[in-house]
Design a protein around this ligand. Structure first.
Ligand SMILES: [Zn+2]
Ligand SMILES: [Zn+2]
Length: 203
């Protein structure tokens, strides 16, 4: 599988390194906290980050983003609705609670965008509900779901910009993926869509 994962921070956020086989280039998805731990994993795997990609802009998903962006001189990519949230008073308040400073975004990701990496592609699917600019990233049979979908659960919708009806529509889009799709959530264990369709009461 073309990814590594590590759990970081007090909320146990899954940070993923997505890379093409035989290539050192990787995307860092959701570097939530503990920059040193992430840097050590990147060094150990001899990877070279090309961009930091956020499934959404909650502080538990971007706490180490600024450190990685400056260490590797790479861009930060996020959906515009969450970049707006990140810069709003509510977003700043949330970030301050975590003692996190959000870096500026370099590219705004829209539904349908394709992020290319040495022959691999990650497709961006806008999945609002948990936050207005939440996205799914789909590539090579993997679906990075951020806090939209967890194993047996879904993300909360009571934070600023959250919307239960939108989350339901986003989950409906997830149901359309191939059953064998590997689900890689922002917290907790991974799963397979086929299992979630059976066991997850929200799907
Ligand atoms: Zn979140
Ligand atoms: Zn989270």
């Amino acid at each position: 599988m073309p990814y590594l994962s590590l759990e970081v921070g007090d909320l146990g956020t899954n940070c993923y390194l997505f890379f093409a086989a035989g290539s050192r280039h990787c995307f860092v998805i959701d570097p939530g906290a503990e920059a040193e731990k992430i840097l050590a994993r990147i060094a150990e795997a001899r990877l070279l980050p090309q961009a930091v990609v956020l499934t959404h802009a909650h502080p538990d998903h971007l706490g180490a983003a600024a450190a990685l962006v400056s260490r590797f001189g790479v861009p930060l990519w996020v959906h515009p609705a969450d970049e707006k949230l990140m810069c709003s008073p509510a977003g700043r308040g949330l970030a301050a609670m975590f003692g996190v400073k959000a870096p500026a975004a370099d590219r705004l990701l829209l539904d349908g965008d394709v992020l290319a990496l040495d022959g691999l592609e990650l497709k961006v699917i806008h999945s609002p509900g948990h936050s207005p600019g939440s996205i799914l990233l789909y590539g090579d049979g993997l679906l990075f779901t951020g806090d939209t979908l967890f194993k047996n659960d879904v993300g909360r919708t009571d934070l600023p910009g959250g919307d239960e009806e939108e989350l339901k529509r986003s989950l409906a889009r997830i149901r359309e993926f191939p059953a064998a799709t590997v689900i890689l959530p922002g917290h907790g264990e991974g799963s397979v869509l086929e299992i979630e369709l059976k066991d997850n009461p929200y799907l």
